[in-house]
Every structure is written in C-alpha cells, then in structure tokens.
Design a protein around this ligand. Structure first.
Ligand code: HEC
Length: 158
C-alpha cells in the first residue's frame, strides 16, 4: 500500500490536481472533497471504500497528517459527505449479508435452500467469506445456481 501511495504521489507532482474520473453524488461537501482529496491521488481511491462518518473522519485526520490542506470546517464537511454518500449502508443497501444473514434471510433473497445451508455451515466452520470467489471453496455448492443473485450478495460484513 505504501509503495502504491508513493507512486501515485510522484505521478501527481508537477501536474494540475488530478481530475475526478468518478461521478460523485451531488451534495454538501462534494466540492471540498474534490478539491482537497484529489490533490495527491484520485478521489476514486477514497470512494471505493465504505465506512461511517467517524471512521472517515479518522482517514481525513490521517490525510491531514500527510499534508492535506484545508480548514477544520472543510474537513468536517468532507467527513460528513463521505459518511453520507460512501457510508456503510450505501454498500449494503438492498443486499443480503453473506456473513451475517440467517438461512431464512438468504433464502428470502433468492438463494436456494441447499446453497444457503452450505454457506452457513461453511461460515460457521471457517469464518467469514470475503468475496464471491471464496464461495468456490465451499464443497458441493453449485455457483451457477447462485449466479443470478451475485449483485444481491454482500461480503462487507465480516
Ligand atoms: C498530501 C497528499 C494527500 C492528500 C491531500 C490526501 N491524501 Fe489520501 N493518501 C495519501 C497517500 C500518500 C496515501 C497512500 C497511503 C499508503 O499507501 O499507505 C493516501 C491514501 C488514501 C486512502 C487509502 C488508505 C488505505 O489504507 O487504503 C484513502 C481512503 C485516502 N487517502 C483518502 C483521502 C481523503 C478522504 C482525502 C481528503 C481529506 C485525502 N486522502 C487527501 C496522500 C494524500
């Protein structure tokens, strides 16, 4: 991670601030976020993450210690903006958590009953599943039956 960051930083020197490639939702704090957080790396580096406003505030503090420039008001607005539009619930809206849901919830989301049972017993023995690809490790699970549900499954809660 550190090396990647340094590369991004070096690539950014001597050029105007990177323009956002990502379409960011309109909202209070968006301008500050683009202006302040797009200076050393693309804003997409930040918005691929999902976390609460409190945890965003921690990231923002960390970035201030790395040299991010702005007023305390700017930083507060940025944390609030990120918590609102890139908060934990944004990632999970309308989805069922593979690692937290009961068998019943999984079935309600369209996962076949036998697959739900396999997921749960695997989870109990081996801990949480981190990605779609990890489902392949579950013996006997027919991924093709789950394929249509891919977008509804959430792996963020561990
Ligand atoms: C002065 C330069 C600078 C500014 C301005 C800056 N960052 Fe960063 N940021 C970095 C560097 C350097 C890294 C790479 C750190 C690493 O690799 O450990 C980084 C990494 C990150 C990461 C990834 C951390 C991780 O562990 O995956 C996030 C998220 C992030 N920045 C968010 C922000 C936000 C939000 C802002 C605006 C408040 C911001 N950055 C402004 C320098 C900056």
């Amino acid at each position: 991670m550190f090396q990647v960051g340094v590369l991004l930083l070096v690539a950014g020197f001597g050029r105007p601030p990177l323009q956002a490639q990502t379409t960011l939702p309109e909202g209070r704090g968006r301008n500050e976020f683009q202006r302040i957080c797009g200076q050393c790396h693309g804003v997409e580096m930040a918005v691929k993450l999902r976390m609460s406003e409190d945890r965003w505030a921690g990231v923002v503090d960390d970035m201030v210690s790395r040299g991010a420039q702005g007023t305390q008001d700017d930083f507060d607005r940025v944390s609030r903006y990120l918590g609102k539009y890139f908060g934990p619930e944004a990632a999970t809206a309308g989805k069922v958590s593979v690692n937290k849901a009961s068998a019943k919830d999984l079935v309600a989301a369209g996962v076949p009953e036998d697959a739900a049972a396999l997921i749960i017993s695997f989870r109990e023995k081996n801990g949480s599943l981190k990605s779609w690809a990890e489902l392949e490790k579950i013996p006997g699970l027919d991924l093709s039956k789950l394929g249509a549900k891919k977008d509804q499954l959430d792996f963020t809660a561990q």
